[in-house]
Design a protein around this ligand. Sequence first.
Ligand SMILES: Nc1ncnc2c1ncn2[C@@H]1O[C@H](COP(=O)(O)OP(=O)(O)OP(=O)(O)O)[C@@H](O)[C@H]1O
Length: 256
Amino acid sequence: MIELKGLWKSFEGRDVLKDINATFENGKTNLIIGQSGSGKTVLMKCIVGLLTPERGELLYDNRNFLAMGKKEKKALRREMGMIFQSAALFDSMTVLDNVMFPLNMFSNDTFRDRTRRAMFCLDRVNLSEAKDKFPGEISGGMQKRVAIARAIALNPQYLFCDEPNSGLDPKTSLVIDELIHDITLEYNMTTLINTHDMNSVMGIGEKIIYIYDGYKEWEGSKDDIFTSSNKKLNDFIFASDLFRKVKELEVQNIEG
Ligand SMILES: Nc1ncnc2c1ncn2[C@@H]1O[C@H](COP(=O)(O)OP(=O)(O)OP(=O)(O)O)[C@@H](O)[C@H]1O
């Protein structure tokens, strides 16, 4: 579980995060949504320690991240897996070597055990057959699956995904979402996903926080989102065609 308590972050005197309070449970896919520029990326960067908030607390299963020394933070980072917007694979390494990379960096296991673990992770994302290929030889969706395999190689407790579906078609996005959701449940991880994708909201939005101009404007689940009377949230989500159609259907069902 990750808890945010009164987080504030500013740049050159301008507040970009304003008193963010939120709880993200393990075994769940937690989504951060909001307009471009609302502060989602800054929030995610603060949570993983790439930026330091000026005020507030950040608890990783009751461990106070902001009060930790360098060594403790480094140890905690080993419990974090990350998937970036672009799959961020090393082009000159094979798929297997990409997944091996964090193991080679951080694990003291033998080469044989590291290879076994990497193959296990590749198998989990149904890519063991692509192990000798290079990133340039596989599709964008496959690259994302390699990134997921690499992110889980060290068995993380916490998984962070920044726009995991960017650049993917809707069908492939669904596969990636389901994979992230299943893995989250399987390993009981606390997963945070920064997304613009309304299909993701509907599919795997077990917990959603909506950031508006640096504030947490709303929180709830994908089931609550349609019935919310929050005007700012509604303006945001019903700008999406898909959501508008679902809302219309809901209203028809209630009236009919
Ligand atoms: N390093 C920085 N220095 C100054 N301002 C910054 C910095 N990083 C982000 N900001 C500002 O903070 C605000 C929030 O940015 P952020 O990148 O978190 O938005 P976002 O919600 O992730 O947007 P998008 O969906 O477009 O990625 C923006 O106004 C941005 O210009």
